[in-house]
Design a protein. Structure first.
Lengths: 699, 194
């Protein structure tokens, strides 16, 4: 076959695939004309394409392992294996317990004292080219672990050699590995149980670290859990005291890829914080049921450990997510000071989320052993009463979330005026919505409860335009999620990478680049058409908010034009540049003057979430960039708007943008201005913020 | 021959990622030896048939051979591409020798339990695949590379696109057609035998 012929086959094959199955025969008959061979060739390829999805899809990793092993076995006669031995040194071998780390583990007995022991054997050490090195590593393991006397660390008794077999004799633990426990519970280990296990593992690690011993290979297979729930760390198998660290050649780095720390990947010396990283991977697994870093094969897994952030999990509260992410920092210096500090923070973050059982059971387990029954009773009572109080408070919040009821005019007057600069309102948020990260874009979303509000021109607002009137009551009948921030450059880059779509043209304002090379990932994405914004939200599993939803969320239960002073809550023309400007005066001086001034002053969008949040915890609803909403624009829509879940006119030429931008003056730092644009418009002021529905609240 | 230094290997890898094919030719034997050396070490450690082993081997080989502190993601992807070619060679050699064993060849049976040689996916005729790939290579070398990287190397579409310096769409189109073509070649081959 000539390359030209092949190219023709290829061309027709792909064109035919674009046709429906029913039209392909016609298409090929038309395209191939008299060339019967060509038609048959393409048709047989198309037939072969049917059902070929699984073909060659799986990497033959297991086959490759076989092949490599076979290749080696050809040259090396396998020797006697340990399983055929009844004795090792003075120890009797009873049964094989499992294979892991660097060798196989057997159950045995020390006949001298009748003590049951576990014996870890490295078979084939003698045949290995690196026999001396492996043996030395094994002895080092014994010495390192033998120096550790701690209730949560497996005791090492002895190390020996027998007929070219090197072995370590350890305390025999009746229990299961955490791996097995996870399997037994289908990955649904209760959070409290998981946290107790993590806490004991952390204590053992801190103890070892204080003595200069790093575990280096923390993973569920090395964490034993006994029937009474206590934890034993085993297999300080590749641990080394720093003095002997020179024995580890660069890159000669055993360890389990899923749990290995990024610094170990880079071939750097493992530290206490490397163990913390691995423990955090275990923690993530226990709390979410999946690993934080995954890859379809080892290259992607390693790349992900080395440079990616874990995908957010809906099963983690924001607080737990923060704690875990800190322990999973790529830079060890940014992690917690110790493993226990990490687990304590995690316990603190998880407590509200796991508090579902009776008050008595919610007592931290570590207290129980140290206090007498009377004290337990007293404390239980206090905790119980406190919790009652808290629950009562929660209940109160639930029944009266902001903006749920339509206030009569006199009620509005009684509302505390939101005039305090909102900086003071950021932490803690007065009425925070639930924040979760669950969508494909990895951005945090806030839950906005169903309710009703007065939409359009706020009472006493003198700056309203005609299209903001009349003010009318609107019911939002379903709660919804909305982005806590505007969609960022980083999130859009991910979208572009995954979908293969291009980034929008780089934003230029009056010939000046605003974010050259999309350099600043934290800024809101700008320059999107309405369609691109919609496509993005769809990809994220979300949608664009309706105009009513947007205003309801932006108000945060408030009835004022804005929820704080413009400078405290928004990036707008006065404060978004190098120096403060009086944009209102500039505007009156003429648009040419205005543009020139903003250009010279280097005004532009800023990183999201730098300004104060509204009462729902949303950032930058006002200022920074205009946000596309789903609705078509009609100037007089409010006059005839339905009062339940209005979704805008059924059609039109313009779509609505809301919230003002870095380019606009203070008049646009208000919750009600409506900005129409043709959907194809790309502008350095226009961005998006997605919303989404949910049957549950995704908590 | 003196063992090449990490630095040299890293340089070779970079040269290849910049398009100098002769660098790959020099890398191949080094990677091949290293994979075998590591396989030897691991043989003593773990039971045969351990699935994670190969990927762990490649990972370990990378860490040993490459000065990871100066190498970037691109280099890593290219390294795995070399491994993909090695894997193809090792796998196909192995499959061929198994065939000859079955046909009563005089290769001494090895003491690996054949019962352990179980593949979770339907067995692929590796020898047939290799032959078909050779045929494909004469008319369309790039599609042959795509299959090598995706199937033998386990690279994702994106990684494959990086190695071949083409778009993701091109890889997906190549992959689809190559798969159809190979599947047809292999099944028609079988029916001819029957």
């Amino acid at each position: 076959m000539t390359p030209e012929r092949w190219q023709e086959i290829e061309r027709l094959y792909h064109l035919a695939l674009e046709h429906g199955a029913g039209q392909r025969a016609d298409f090929l008959a038309r395209s191939c004309g008299q060339d019967e061979d060509l038609r048959k060739e393409v048709e047989s390829l198309l037939a072969s394409d049917e059902g070929a999805d699984a073909y060659l899809q799986a990497h033959p990793a297991d086959l490759a392992a076989q092949a490599l092993a076979w290749d080696e076995a050809r040259r090396h006669q396998p020797g006697q294996t340990v399983s055929h031995l009844a004795h090792l040194g003075r120890y009797q071998i009873a049964a094989e317990l499992g294979t892991g780390g660097m060798g196989t583990v057997y159950r045995g007995t020390d006949p001298a004292i009748g003590r049951p022991v576990a014996i870890k054997v490295i078979a084939g050490v003698a045949r290995s080219q690196d026999a001396a090195k492996l043996r030395e590593r094994l002895r080092r393991e014994a010495r390192a672990a033998g120096a550790l006397d701690h209730p949560n660390i497996v005791t090492v008794f002895d190390v020996g050699e027998d007929e070219e077999v090197t072995y370590i004799v350890m305390e025999f633990i009746q229990g299961v590995t955490l791996d097995e426990l996870i399997q037994q519970t289908d990955g649904l280990l209760p959070s409290e149980r998981a946290l107790t296990i993590l806490a004991e593992a952390a204590r053992a690690l801190d103890f070892a670290h204080a003595r200069g011993v790093i575990h280096r290979d923390i993973k569920p297979g090395n964490i034993m859990v006994r029937a009474d729930g206590s934890v034993k760390l085993t297999d300080f198998g590749i641990a080394s005291v720093p003095a002997a660290a020179t024995l580890t050649a660069p890159g000669d780095l055993p360890g389990t890829p899923s749990f290995i720390s990024p610094e170990q990947l880079r071939g750097l010396e493992a530290t206490a914080r490397s163990d913390q990283f691995s423990l955090a991977v275990v923690a993530w697994m226990l709390l979410t049921g999946s690993k934080p870093f995954e890859g379809e094969h080892v290259a992607t897994l390693l790349a992900s450990i080395a440079m990616k952030e874990p995908e957010p999990s809906i099963l983690l509260s924001t607080e737990s997510d923060h704690v875990l992410r800190r322990a999973l920092e790529k830079d060890p210096a940014l992690r917690f000071a110790s493993c226990s500090k990490f687990v304590e923070a995690l316990q603190g973050a998880c407590r509200p989320a796991v508090a579902t059982s009776s008050p008595r059971e919610k007592l931290p387990l570590r207290w129980i052993g140290v206090i007498t029954a009377g004290v337990i009773l007293a404390i239980s009572l206090i905790v119980f009463l406190r919790r009652l109080g808290r629950e009562a408070g929660n209940q109160a919040q639930k029944t009266a979330p902001p903006g749920v009821t339509i206030p009569a005019p006199q009620t509005v007057k009684r509302q505390p005026p939101p005039t305090t600069p909102s900086v003071t309102r950021v932490e803690p948020l007065p009425q925070p919505g639930k924040v979760r990260t669950f969508s494909a874009d990895g951005l945090p979303y806030v839950w906005i409860p169903a309710g009703s509000f007065a939409m359009g021109c706020s009472p006493d607002d003198r700056e309203c335009a005609d299209d903001e009137r009349p003010s009318h009551n609107v019911v939002i009948s379903h709660g919804f999620w909305i982005g806590q921030t505007e969609t960022t450059v980083m999130a859009y880059k991910r979208f572009a990478r995954v979908t293969g779509r291009p980034m929008p043209p780089e934003p230029m304002f009056e010939g000046r680049p605003l974010n050259r090379g999309w350099h600043d990932d934290r800024q809101p994405i700008v320059g999107l058409t309405w369609g691109e914004g919609e496509a993005y939200c769809k990809w994220a599993g979300m949608r664009l908010p309706s105009e009513a939803e947007w205003e309801y969320a932006a108000r945060g239960g408030d009835f004022q034009p804005r929820y704080g002073t413009p400078d405290a809550i928004a990036w707008y023309a006065d404060n978004s540049g190098h120096k403060l400007l009086n944009s209102t005066d500039l505007w009156h001086a003429g648009s040419a003057r205005y543009l020139e001034a903003l250009k010279l002053n280097q005004n532009g969008p800023h990183a999201v979430a730098e300004k104060a949040a509204n009462a729902f915890g949303l950032r930058d609803t006002l200022g920074n960039v205009w946000e596309w909403v789903n609705d078509w624009y009609a100037k007089d829509y409010y006059a005839g708007s339905p009062d339940r879940d209005p979704s805008g006119p059924s059609g039109g030429a313009l779509r609505v943008l809301r919230g003002g931008s870095w380019y606009n003056g203070p008049r646009f730092v208000r919750v009600t201005p409506r900005h129409p644009n043709t959907p194809e418009t790309r502008s350095v002021y226009n961005g998006i913020r997605c919303a989404g529905d949910s049957l549950s609240d995704k908590s | 021959m003196a063992e090449p230094s990490q630095h040299e290997i890293t340089q070779l890898l970079r040269a290849w990622s910049e398009g100098r094919e002769e660098a790959r030719e020099r890398l191949m034997p080094i990677v091949y030896d290293e994979l075998h050396r590591l396989a030897r070490v691991h043989m003593g450690r773990e039971r045969p048939g351990h699935t994670l082993q190969t990927t762990a081997l490649v990972h370990e080989a990378y860490l040993r051979l490459i000065d990871a502190s100066v190498e970037n993601w691109n280099g890593r992807v290219h390294f795995f591409a070399v491994c993909a070619q090695m894997m193809r060679r090792i796998l196909v050699d192995w499959a061929r020798s198994r065939q000859s064993l079955k046909r009563g060849g005089n290769l001494r049976p090895v003491e690996l339990d054949d019962a352990l040689v179980v593949s979770p996916q339907p067995e692929v005729d590796l020898v047939g695949l290799d032959d078909a790939l050779r045929a494909l290579e004469t008319v369309d070398p790039r599609k042959c590379r795509v299959v090598e990287l995706r199937f033998f190397g386990g690279l994702s579409v994106e990684e494959t696109a990086t190695v071949l310096a083409v778009s993701v769409e091109t890889v997906m189109r190549d992959w689809r057609l190559a798969r159809s073509w190979l599947r047809r070649e292999l099944t028609s081959g079988k029916s001819n035998d029957a």
